[in-house]
Design a protein around this ligand. Structure first.
Ligand code: ADP
Ligand code: MG
Length: 334
């Protein structure tokens, strides 16, 4: 009989905890999506929180303090993007040991605040407490649903195509560059910048949300395989990812060639890309892609298809042992 958090894994634990909580008429979308959707008066609000723990999410000696703050803000902003909404404000909580330099926390706040204001949100408050040795930062963000709907993980239909923005795997390659002393030159430099200064795809997501042919969406934070799998699971479907269709740009290709890495494996398993992954009606695929590229000068690619023949994700039709990130079960191999 499994008893520890490690036995259950991150998602098993969340499922167990969710069972303890009562339902409420105000909660339109409960636990399980990128944000909760909450009705307040006649408005729909989006709410999400993301925690960053020293030595789990970042290393104090390896990441510039302002980048730690920027990334914490982007993780929260990206969850609002994943629903197609607009961020409004956030609350920041920190726990830190008493001997931490104040200037270090101030730098984190400069990064946090610049990302929030760059993407239209403000820091409205938070909480501060002592921790014994590690720095912990939590960002709770509130956003709003724009127009008549938001996009959820559920809603993909049989025959929908799986699309992804940008070049997933780039952030994982950037982390590799930072960890292997290759972040100061050539492609490694550009990829490390993507890892340390990701951008939430808010405008792109809002644009996709306005398109009725887009049926479901998630942000890519735990690898394309796991995140596409979340859309499939929530929709009661399977998704078949075609690895050969995963786009690889020049920087990612060059870096991976030099370091003996497989860029498509990085895309499937790596984290922190903050790209968007969504299910789209095949009839709108071409018009959507053309209009999207024109509007955002950003790549969007079809990388798979939804099916009712099985549940979860497969890679090129095969059951895969690829696992995305689970806090208690795996360490990312990228
Ligand atoms: P994301 O990676 O998009 O931030 P998570 O995987 O962290 O999403 O969370 C998945 C879902 O589980 C979300 O709806 C989140 O609000 C919920 N969740 C995560 N941890 C907890 C918790 N400790 N208590 C209640 N809900 C939680
Ligand atoms: Mg998310």
């Amino acid at each position: 009989m499994p008893r520890t958090v490690g036995d259950f894994g991150e998602f098993g634990l969340i499922d167990r905890l969710a069972r303890i909580l009562p339902t409420s008429a105000a909660i339109v979308e409960p636990i399980g999506d990128d944000c909760a959707v909450v009705r307040v008066g006649d408005r729909l609000l989006l709410a999400s929180s993301d925690m960053f723990v020293e030595d789990v999410h970042f290393r104090r000696d390896r990441t510039p303090a302002d980048a730690i703050g920027w990334k914490a803000a982007v993780a929260a902003l990206s969850d609002i993007a994943a629903m197609g909404g607009a961020p409004v404000f956030c609350l920041i909580s920190i726990a830190c040991p008493g001997d931490l330099r104040v200037s270090f926390i101030e730098e984190i706040y400069r990064g946090l605040s610049s990302a929030m204001s760059r993407f239209g949100a403000v820091v409205a408050g938070g909480d501060t407490a002592r921790s014994l040795d590690r720095l912990v930062i939590d960002v709770a963000i509130i956003g709003q649903v724009l127009g008549s709907r938001c996009l959820r993980r559920k809603g993909a239909k049989v025959g929908d195509l799986l699309a992804v923005t940008g070049f997933p795997g780039s952030a994982a390659a950037g982390l590799h560059a930072l960890e292997h002393g290759a972040a100061d030159r050539d492609a490694g430099r550009a990829l490390a910048e993507i890892h340390q200064r990701p951008r939430p795809r808010l405008r792109e997501a809002q644009w996709l949300c306005n398109r009725t042919a887009v049926h479901a969406m998630i942000d890519v934070t735990d690898g394309l395989a796991q995140d596409a799998g979340h859309i499939a699971d929530s929709s009661g479907l399977g998704v078949d990812i075609d690895p050969a269709s995963i786009p690889v740009d020049e920087a990612l290709a060059a870096y991976c060639a030099e370091h003996g890495l497989d860029p498509r494996h990085l895309a499937l398993t790596g984290g922190e890309d903050y790209e968007l992954c969504f299910a789209i009606d095949p009839n709108d695929q071409n018009q959507m892609a053309e209009a999207f590229r024109h509007e955002f000068h950003t790549e969007v690619s079809i990388v798979g298809r939804f099916t009712d023949a099985w549940q979860g994700f497969r890679i090129a039709g095969q059951v895969s042992d690829i696992r995305g990130y689970d806090h208690f079960r795996t360490t990312p191999d990228a």
